[in-house]
Write a protein that binds this ligand. Structure first.
Ligand code: 9UX
Length: 72
């Protein structure tokens, strides 16, 4: 099932951080679309919940040295 999900990302301080987080998200199997905003520290992904979970997505962000947390 395709889901749209928003979460917060801590630790991003420049546009290159944004690019690297977006790249990490887009490389995840099951993620169709990823947009990250520096000003609001929000990320939004469209993903297939039969392939990847929210926890997997958060873990990938944390593995890259950022902090991911649930908004909803
Ligand atoms: Mo620029 Mo963002 O060195 O960590 S990539 S601050």
């Amino acid at each position: 099932k395709i889901q749209l999900w928003q979460f917060t990302i801590g630790g991003m301080t420049c546009a290159a951080c944004v690019n690297s987080v977006e790249g990490i998200l887009r490389d995840l199997h099951g993620v169709k679309r990823a947009v990250v905003a520096l000003a609001t520290a929000l990320g939004e992904v469209e993903y297939d919940s039969t392939v990847i979970s929210k926890d997997d997505i958060i873990n990938a962000i944390e593995d890259a040295g950022f902090e991911g947390s649930f908004v909803q």
